[in-house]
Structure formats: structure tokens, C-alpha cells
Ligand binder design. Sequence first.
Ligand code: HEM
Ligand SMILES: CC(C)=CCC/C(C)=C/CC/C(C)=C/COP(=O)(O)OP(=O)(O)O
Length: 311
Amino acid sequence: MYEPDTMTPTIPASTSSSLPADWRDLFALTKPRVMSLVIFTGLCGLIAAPERIHPVLAFTAILCIAMGAGGAAALNQWWEADLDAGMKRTSKRPLPQGRLDRTTARDFAGVLCAASVFLMGFAIGWLAAAILAISIIYYAVVYTIWLKPRTPQNIVIGGGAGAFPPLIGWVAATGQISLMPVVLFAIIFFWTPPHFWALALFVKSDYAKVGIPMMPVVAGEKSTRRQILIYAVLLLPLSVVPWWIGGTGAVYGVSAIVLSGLFLALSLRVAVRERTGPDDAMKPEKQLFAYSVIYLFALFAALVVDRFVVL
Ligand code: HEM
Ligand SMILES: CC(C)=CCC/C(C)=C/CC/C(C)=C/COP(=O)(O)OP(=O)(O)O
């Protein structure tokens, strides 16, 4: 396991007492901004699928994805409260700030996760429920507890967790797994390393401080930049596969080429760049991170638009 230089567990002592749970803190525990894209990709998977389900069932399926993903994110923060307290970016979260006690967070997370899987199973189907359960375990246990503190490949392997939502949406609509949702899974899987390492480059010192072996900390900036480029290169043809296999029309295909082309251009700029010093604002890295989020929203929106527009 990667050995940290220093550990700074600085959670206020008040977390051990029982605090009244504020709904805003519980909501924050679900990482709502990250989850907005998780929910969106799940919804797009459901809409892009060739079969329709009743709107109430569709709403229920998306609610289950939101509850499961939010519950897993809450479990992640329950487990990592000490680490979060030591990092500038995460130190304002409810647990490190002592606004919520750990038992409440754990119970809230457990209820959300269990309810999401059972509701999905009873209302939609047990295949979708099983994949939802796998993705929760993947994020909360395989990534958070096992991979994240051990290997710089944590987010490459762990990226699978966040790639499941469109597959779950698709299976909720059709009841089965086919090639298209597997390709959608692969697109998010290959998108995750550039998405995350762009951010990791400019918060590297945070991760180093608490001993998390993120790629820039372990392999260095140069290697991380090169690896970002490799994934962006692979992502371009992969994002066009849905069109190539006849799963979508030209609206999606052309959008994928344009969006992925820009993704590649921004990644290339990050890859060839040398940091100029400690005051370097890392603007290209921040732009790539911001664009990665826009990219995935736009790509999945194109998938849905394509379904309704016939050229
Ligand atoms: C192992 C995989 C991933 C890792 C390690 C990761 C990590 C991160 C981190 C650390 C942030 C900063 C969030 C914050 O400061 O609270 C972030 C932001 C974000 N992530 Fe990811 N991410 C992953 C996968 C995903 C996936 C699969 C999605 C959605 C499909 C996603 C969507 C987002 C969004 C929308 C933001 C921006 C949130 C904001 O506006 O602050 N991420 N990600
Ligand atoms: C349905 C379901 C369970 C979906 C999974 C949702 C999902 C997006 C998983 C990806 C993992 C993720 C957001 C990691 C954030 O990294 P981190 O937790 O290491 O970030 P932090 O340092 O901000 O805590």
C-alpha cells in the first residue's frame, strides 16, 4: 500500500456526539452535483433503449439510480471522513465539518442503498436491481475501501462504478443486456481517467498530503499527462461505435466526432504542457476537467436527440 508522508485526521471532536441531522447536510452527502450527471446518463440510457416503459416506472427506475448512487456516495464519505478532513477540496463536507455524526451518515447511506435495490427489484426487475447493487458495491467497497488507498490505477479499475448508470437505465427499459448499453458503459469507462486525472493534476498536493496514491502523486505529472492523452485518443473512435454498429443515426455520430475531437484537442494541450512553477494556475487542466463534464452531458444528450430526429 502507498505510504503517506503525513496524515492529518482533523475531524472536530463534536462528530462523536449525536447531532440533529439537517436535511441539507444529508443531501450534500449524496454528492448532488456529481450525481446529476450519473442520473442524466442513466436517464439517457433508459430513453435511448428500443423499448418504452410506463412513465411512472421510468421515473421509479431513475429514482432508484439516484438513491443508489447517492447512498454509495454517502457511504464513501462515511468511510473517508478522516481523509476528507485532511484535504482542502473536501474539508468543508458535512462529516469533516462535524455538522453530521458518522452513525447518522452510515444509517442514511445504508437505507438509501438497500431501498434503491429493493425498489428497483420489485418495481422494475431483478436484473436492473442486481446491476445497481453491483455498482453500489463497486463504488463503496471495491473503489473506496480497496483500490483507492492502494494503487494509482484506482480510478481506471474503479471507473467501472460510474459507468453502470446508462446500462442500468437500458436494462430497466428492456429487461436485458445487449451490445449498445455495453458500448455506453465502455465510453464512460474510458472517459473517467482523463476526467479525473485532469482534476488530480491541480489538487495533487491534497492527495499527497493524505497519502492517496493518485496517478500524479505516484507516477508524476508527465506520465499522468501522457496517460490522459492515451485515453482521449481511444475515446474518440469508441464514442463513434454506437453509430458504426447501427445503434444510432448521424446526429449522434457527427456529435460524437465533434465532441470527442475537442476532448482530444484539450487533452493534447494538457499532455504537451510543462508546468511553469508553483504559481502555475493549471488553466488547461481546469478547462479539460470542466469540459469533461460538459462532454458527457452533451454526448448522452446527442444520443437521446438522435433517437427522436430522423435525418
Ligand atoms: C472513478 C471514477 C470517478 C472519479 C474518481 C471522479 C472524481 C471526481 C472528483 C474528485 C470530482 C470533484 C468533485 C468535488 O469536488 O466534489 C468530480 C467531479 C465531477 N464528476 Fe467525477 N469522478 C468519477 C467518475 C464520474 C462519473 C462516472 C461521473 C458521471 C457520469 C462523474 C461526474 C462528475 C461531475 C458532474 C463532476 C462535477 C461536479 C461539480 O460541479 O463540482 N464523475 N469527479
Ligand atoms: C449507481 C451508482 C452506484 C453509480 C456510481 C456513481 C459514481 C459516479 C461513481 C464514480 C465514482 C466517483 C464519483 C468518485 C468520486 O471520487 P471520490 O469518491 O474518490 O471523490 P472524493 O475525493 O471527492 O471523495
